[in-house]
Design a protein around this ligand. Structure first.
Ligand code: NAD
Length: 388
C-alpha cells in the first residue's frame, strides 16, 4: 500500500505499517478534511508508524513539520520523510540541547496545531508566548500530561491528552509496551528470560504490561510501586512486591517504568547486585541518577552501536552494572517500537483528537479525549478484532 506522498522513496517499513493500520486510514479518510490547509507541528518518535501518520495527514492536505525524541529517531525513516518532502529535524544521536533547538525550529512553522509527545512543543510554545495561529493540540504521554498539568497556569488553548484515554492505556501502554519492551530487551541482550530475576519499578499500565509479559515468559518478577493500590494490583497478579532497596540485591534485570527522575539514586545504586542489567521504559532517560552512577564508575566497556549501546560500568567496588541505551526506551532503541496495531489505535486517537481541536472551539486547557470518540474507536477495534 503506497501513497503518492511516499512514492519518492520506497520505505518498506512505512508501507508495512500502513497496511496494518486500518483504523488510522479510515479515521483520516472520514475526519481528515478539517485538517486540510492546517500547519501541524509534530514531536513524535520518528519511525515507520509515525511516517504512516505523516503520510496520511499530508494526503489529507495538512502540512506537517516534524521532530522526534532524543535517542529514538530512526534515521532511515527521517531520511525517507525528507525525501518525500516533509520538513524533519533530528537524528538518532541528538543531544538534549540539539533536541531543544529542533523544537524551536518546528515551532517556527507557525503551526495551527501541535501534536506533542512529552510536552516539549507545548511547553516551548507557551514560553515563546504561543505561535500566532495556534488553535490547540494533543499530547501523547503520561510524562507530557504531568508536565502540562504542573504548569503555573493552564495553556490558553485546548490540549487533548491522548494518555487519558482508557483505550490507549489498555491497548498501547499495557499490551503494546509490555510486548515491545520485552522484545527490545531480548534483542539488545540475547539473554534468556525463563528463571531470570526481574524487577519492574512502577506498576502503571506500562510497568504492569512489562511485568506480566516477563512473567508469562517464565521470569521471576518483583515489583516496586509507591502507590498502594497499584502495589496491591501487582500482588494480586502474583508478583513479589516490596520496597525497591530490598528487591535490588536479588535482581538481575531492572526495568524502569515510573516516568520520574532519579528513582535509582545513590542508595539504590549501592544496593544493585553485581551483574544487574538496567533497561528504560519511561519516556525520559532520567530514572537513573547519572551523576551518582558516574561517581561510582571506575571504567566503562561499550558494546553495540550508538543509540543501541550496552555500557558495562565497572564500579569502584568491583561490581559490574550494564545500562542499555543509556536507559532510553528499550522498545524503541532495540526493537521496532510499539506493535503496529497498538499504534494504529494510539495514532487514530491522535488524528481524531486533532480533527476535534481543529473543528470545534474546545475549552482551553488539558482535557481527555472526548468520551464519545474513545467509545466509538473502542467499538471499531472490538469489531475488527472479533471479525477474524
Ligand atoms: N516505552 C514506551 O513506548 C512508552 C509508551 C507509553 C508510555 N511510556 C512512558 O512510560 C512511563 C510510565 O507510563 P505509565 O502510563 O505506566 O505511567 P503512570 O504514571 O500511570 O505509572 C507510573 C507508576 O510509577 C509509580 N512510581 C513513581 N515513582 C516511583 C518510585 N520512586 N518507585 C516506585 N514506583 C514509582 C507511580 O506510582 C505510578 O503507579 C511514562 O514515562 C510514559 O510516558 C513509554
Amino acid at each position: 500500500m503506497s501513497l503518492p506522498f511516499l512514492s519518492a522513496v520506497r520505505h518498506d517499513g512505512t508501507d508495512w505499517a500502513l497496511r496494518h493500520m486500518p483504523l488510522l486510514r479510515e479515521t483520516v479518510r472520514r475526519h481528515g478534511a478539517v485538517l486540510a490547509g492546517k500547519r501541524i507541528a509534530m514531536c513524535l518518535h520518528i519511525e515507520p508508524k509515525t511516517a504512516a501518520l505523516v503520510a496520511l495527514l499530508t494526503e489529507a492536505g495538512a502540512e506537517v513539520t516534524l521532530t522526534g525524541s532524543p535517542g529514538t529517531t530512526q534515521d532511515d525513516t527521517a531520511d525517507a520523510l525528507r525525501a518525500s518532502g516533509t520538513t524533519v529535524y533530528g537524528r538518532r544521536d541528538d543531544t538534549p540541547d540539539r533536541h531543544r533547538h529542533h523544537i524551536d525550529r518546528v515551532l517556527a512553522c507557525d503551526p495551527h496545531l501541535l501534536l506533542d509527545n512529552g510536552g516539549d512543543l507545548t511547553v516551548a510554545a507557551l514560553e515563546g508566548g504561543g505561535p500566532p495561529h495556534l488553535v490547540g493540540g494533543t499530547e501523547e504521554t503520561t510524562t507530557g500530561a504531568l508536565r502540562i498539568r504542573a504548569l503555573p497556569s493552564p495553556p490558553p488553548f485546548p490540549v487533548v491528552v491522548i494518555n487519558d484515554s482508557r483505550l490507549k492505556l489498555l491497548v498501547e501502554n499495557e499490551f503494546g509496551v509490555g510486548q515491545s519492551v520485552v522484545q527490545g530487551f531480548m534483542n539488545a541482550t540475547n539473554l534468556m528470560l525463563p528463571g531470570a530475576r526481574a524487577t519492574v519499578v512502577g506498576y502503571g499500565p506500562c510497568g504492569l504490561g512489562v511485568a506480566n509479559t516477563l512473567a508469562r515468559l517464565g521470569a521471576r518478577v518483583s515489583v516496586a510501586e509507591t502507590d498502594p493500590y497499584r502495589a496491591l494490583e501487582a500482588v494480586m497478579h502474583g508478583h513479589e512486591v516490596g520496597p525497591l532497596d530490598t528487591l535490588l540485591p536479588r535482581t538481575r534485570l531492572l526495568f524502569l517504568a515510573t516516568g520520574h527522575p532519579g528513582v535509582v539514586g545513590a542508595d539504590q545504586l549501592d544496593a544493585l547486585a553485581d551483574g544487574t542489567i538496567v533497561a528504560g521504559v519511561g519516556h525520559r532517560a532520567w530514572e537513573v541518577d547519572q551523576a551518582a552512577l558516574a561517581a561510582r564508575t571506575a571504567s566503562i566497556r561499550r558494546y553495540g552501536t550508538a543509540g543501541d549501546e550496552r555500557a558495562v560500568h565497572r564500579l569502584s567496588d568491583g561490581r559490574e552494572i550494564t545500562v542499555l541505551a543509556g536507559t532510553a526506551m528499550i522498545n524503541l532503541t532495540a526493537a521496532k517500537g510499539n506493535p503496529i496495531q497498538a499504534m494504529d489505535l494510539g495514532l487514530t486517537l491522535q488524528a481524531r483528537s486533532l480533527a476535534a481541536v481543529a473543528a470545534l472551539p474546545l475549552a482551553p486547557g488539558a482535557q481527555p479525549v472526548p468520551a464519545d470518540v474513545d467509545r466509538e474507536i473502542a467499538a471499531s477495534l472490538v469489531a475488527r478484532l472479533t471479525a477474524d
